[in-house]
Design a protein around this ligand. Structure first.
Ligand code: SF4
Length: 592
């Protein structure tokens, strides 16, 4: 039945394997893989390659409930090890094992995308955050009793949201989040939903839409900050049998959780932005590629697509215009590198998510070799407001370099980790003190990783930096995805950088040697330093190696370590040296 359902859907191997895995009880038996290979006419080695690339697949039997503990930097500094110890005791198994009754399998996850409630774990589709030993005990007992949480009935995001930069009156990206029923199209229409789409397809040419977005100064909110209108303008004039627009909802950058709020809290807003983007570049179809861990986002987006089709916002001749467009939701399966746009395209095509060699860029030759625009969720969520209110209105927020509004995320050692919508240009100090509720337990600030796990560290001297693209970069940080991981003076920099490096060496796709080996060597060097076996020469060697990786590897994943390696060695060198000279962690944090 599952195979039949996917017959004729191009590149659907990933969703097919995901569904088969659920049907088989959370794993893919060898005989089932062989049978699928036969049915869909691909070589078994190819399917094996897929199943071993994506971490959410398993070739070994697993329990009824997969308990996945988040080991991202935010969870790490707030207690991943304590959570793991508690679960080991509670379940009497280690990571990778299944309880004898077949109920629970314990696993690690690179990042669950829920840093505002760190430390966290996920049981099948449901996240449990702010974990304590007591809470873990209660949750496990609950599942033992068969009292299983249905993720589709969860309220989702909308809890800790700050949009009070003019007391909700002008919140753009989070408009409706936490207030409307995310599964009601009528609720979205009641707050002005789909008015921008109507204006675009009935009153503007694609060129005018692209020009409006260009004039707004909107830059990609996924991390790179490339001007959105310019990206669209490369693809618009191209003649091709088909064009595509893809929403990159594979929010895998540790520290980042903003896109989930939009998808769970107001999925129609993203959908409206995507349809407008499709109209602007002349696309016939759109995809939303959602990370595998975000089950509730996927559920709500699927509902939104169905509703939009029923009411004429999607499908043939949208709103009576000549524009036809449809959207398909695709799920990832646990590969951070699929957030890189060409890896994401490979994944939609039903391949392992290896980034392509560029050029050609996707705007010219993307999905199935057709011109394809890839935009992040937050980027697209800005579009309806820009079309509705105009570019100059949008430019009235933010700074000259970075116009508009941004979803900042603050997590780590603050009293109120949360998501904040504000005009671009807040300072880090404001974010911590006004929105983050100050430093947790009053313990002084020490450092902050800016923009996500891929970028540089700030120390106290950078607290008043304006958080826009140019100012952050000038100071060795980055706006990136807008996340700020705040750490107090009890946090060991070597321990944190080692954790981040572990993430990168784990997520390297292995395609090119500088990254595959380089991330490994950097991680092993950091382990030696953490264990008191480092040499002073290791510090310059790490900077050289990270620089070489950045210059020679194929994609942005290998270009990331140089930022956090260099800034921490430059700014917190004494702490590295203390590990090397005294042969131990001065804060007593690092362990073997
Ligand atoms: Fe893969 Fe790393 Fe090479 Fe990117 S840089 S293609 S992640 S091995």
């Amino acid at each position: 039945e599952i195979i039949d359902r996917y017959r004729g859907t191009k590149g659907a191997l990933l969703p097919l394997l995901s569904e088969v895995q659920v049907a088989c009880g959370h794993w893919l038996p060898a005989n089932v893989l062989a049978w699928i290979a036969d049915e869909v006419d691909v070589h078994l080695s190819y399917l094996y390659g897929m199943a071993t690339f994506y971490t959410m697949f398993s070739l070994e039997p697993r329990g009824q409930f997969i308990v996945r503990v988040c080991e991202s930097p935010a969870c790490h500094i707030l207690g991943t090890q304590t959570v793991l110890e508690a679960l080991r005791e509670e379940l009497d198994i280690d990571v990778g094992q299944t309880t004898p009754d077949g109920l629970f399998t314990l696993e690690l996850s690179s990042c669950l995308g829920v840093c505002e409630v760190a430390p966290a774990m996920q049981i099948n589709e449901v996240v449990f955050g702010n974990l304590t030993r007591q809470k873990i005990h209660e949750v496990i007992e609950r599942y033992r009793r068969g009292d299983v949480v249905d993720y589709r009935k969860l309220p989702g995001s909308g809890g800790r949201v700050r949009t009070d930069w003019e007391i909700h009156r002008r919140a753009i990206l989070l408009h409706g989040v936490g207030d409307i029923d995310p599964e009601s199209l009528d609720d979205y229409l009641a707050i002005g939903g789909y008015e921008a789409l109507r204006k675009a397809v009935l009153g503007m040419s694609p060129e005018q839409v692209v020009e409006e977005v260009k004039q707004s100064g909107l830059r990609g909110r996924g991390g790179a900050g490339f001007p959105t209108g310019m990206k669209w303008s490369f693809t618009l004039p191209l003649k091709a049998p088909e064009k595509y627009v893809i929403c990159n909802a594979d929010e895998g950058e540790p520290g980042t959780f903003k896109d989930r709020y939009i998808m769970e809290g107001n999925p129609h807003r993203l959908l409206e932005g995507l349809i407008i983007a499709g109209y602007a570049i002349g696309a016939c179809k759109g995809f939303i590629y959602v990370r595998g861990e975000y089950a509730l986002s996927m559920h709500r987006l699927r509902r939104a697509v169905e509703q939009a089709r029923e009411r004429g916002f999607l499908g043939q001749r949208i709103l009576g215009s000549t524009f036809s467009f449809d959207v398909e939701i695709r799920s990832g399966a646990g590969a951070y590198v699929c957030g890189e746009e060409t890896a994401l395209i490979e994944s939609i095509e039903g391949l392992r998510g290896n980034p392509r060699v560029k050029p050609p860029f996707p705007g010219v030759r993307g999905l199935w070799a057709m011109p394809t625009v890839v935009n992040n969720v937050e980027t697209l969520a800005n579009v309806p407001a820009i079309i509705k209110n105009g570019a100059s209105w949008y430019r009235s927020f933010g700074t000259e370099d970075s116009p508009g509004v941004k979803l900042y995320q603050i997590c780590g050692h603050v009293n109120a980790p949360q998501i904040v919508e504000a005009p671009l240009g807040l300072t880090l100090r404001e974010l911590i003190e006004v929105y983050g509720g100050g430093m947790k337990d009053g313990i002084p600030f020490k450092m902050c990783q800016t923009g996500g796990a891929s970028f540089g560290f700030f120390t106290a001297e950078h607290l008043d930096t304006v958080m826009d693209y140019a100012s952050m970069q000038k100071k060795g940080g980055a706006l990136g995805s807008g996340t700020m991981l705040v750490m107090n003076e009890k946090t060991c920099v070597v321990d944190v950088v080692r954790n981040i490096m572990h993430f990168f060496q784990h997520e390297s796709c292995g395609f090119c040697t500088p990254c595959r080996r380089g991330t490994r060597v950097l991680y092993e060097t950091l382990c030696r330093i953490a264990q008191g076996e480092g040499r002073e020469s290791d510090l310059s060697l790490m900077v050289d190696l990270a620089q070489t990786m950045s210059a020679t590897a194929n994609c942005a994943l290998a270009m990331s370590p140089i930022f956090f390696v260099r800034t921490t060695i430059e700014r917190l060198k004494d702490e590295y040296l203390a590990h090397i000279v005294d042969k131990k962690c001065p804060l007593g944090v690092c362990s073997a």
